[in-house]
Design a protein around this ligand. Structure first.
Ligand code: CA
Length: 226
């Protein structure tokens, strides 16, 4: 082979390699773009958080105090999550109010946001007590969220100033916080409660603890490799 044609072959090979490399890069970008499409982090700034601030995995529940499945999730899946991942510092957990059950959902959200604003240290206990007061599933459509009920629940916490809380609820002083939550669940296209989001990924079945574990472990592994 002549020297010039040899040079031509080398150039052709280099061009081919460069083209292949470009194709691989484009494909990789497509794959990460697809992942980014399904991953949408929830902005939990200003929201109640349980767990370490610097926990590598964030789990967000979009829930509704009037929703029987949310009560069930809180009593079955949530304790396992806390026991296994929150206490170890791997997960921080937050809760966003969804208002799918009308005025009572809104009232409960206004009350819970008021407790969080006035006495953040008792927020999670209050949250749990509100769910505990939800009647059994067959009767969940009955009216049970009232200002009196919320104040009665709050009366179990000596640090809560009842008058201040009543004023907050009556005057809807936490309507901005409730609207922030509403905008969040609309942004994340939440159509059912509870919806559970893990580091931006919405899981298919919130009651499948194995799926929750798998995603959290995957996120923790990815974090360690970084
Ligand atoms: Ca909130």
């Amino acid at each position: 082979m002549k020297k010039s044609s040899m040079k031509f072959v080398v150039i052709l090979t280099l061009v081919a390699v460069a083209l292949l490399a470009a194709i691989v890069i484009v494909n990789n970008n497509q794959i990460s773009d697809e992942l980014e499409d399904v991953r949408l982090d929830v902005n939990i700034k200003g929201q109640p958080i349980i767990g370490e601030d610097n926990a590598p995995v964030t789990v967000v529940e979009f829930g509704d105090f009037k929703c029987p499945s949310c009560k069930a999730w809180g009593e079955t899946i949530y304790p396992q999550l806390v026991e296994e991942y929150v206490l170890s510092g791997d997960v921080k957990f937050s809760y966003i109010n969804v208002l799918f059950h009308g005025e009572e959902s809104t009232l409960a959200a206004l009350g819970a946001e008021a407790v969080y604003k006035l006495n953040p240290e008792v927020y999670w206990d209050f949250h749990e007590k509100v769910f505990a007061n939800q009647p059994e599933a067959a009767m969940h459509d009955d009216v049970w969220v009232t200002t009196e009920k919320l104040l009665e629940i709050a009366s179990e916490f000596p640090s809560i100033n009842q008058e201040q809380l009543k004023e907050n609820i009556d005057q809807e002083l936490t309507v901005d916080e409730v609207n922030i939550d509403k905008n969040l669940y609309m942004k994340h296209k939440v159509t059912q409660t509870p919806t559970i989001n893990i580091n931006g990924i919405t899981i298919k079945n919130p009651f499948d603890y194995e799926e929750i574990k798998e995603i959290i472990d995957g996120e923790l592994g990815a974090n360690k490799n970084e």
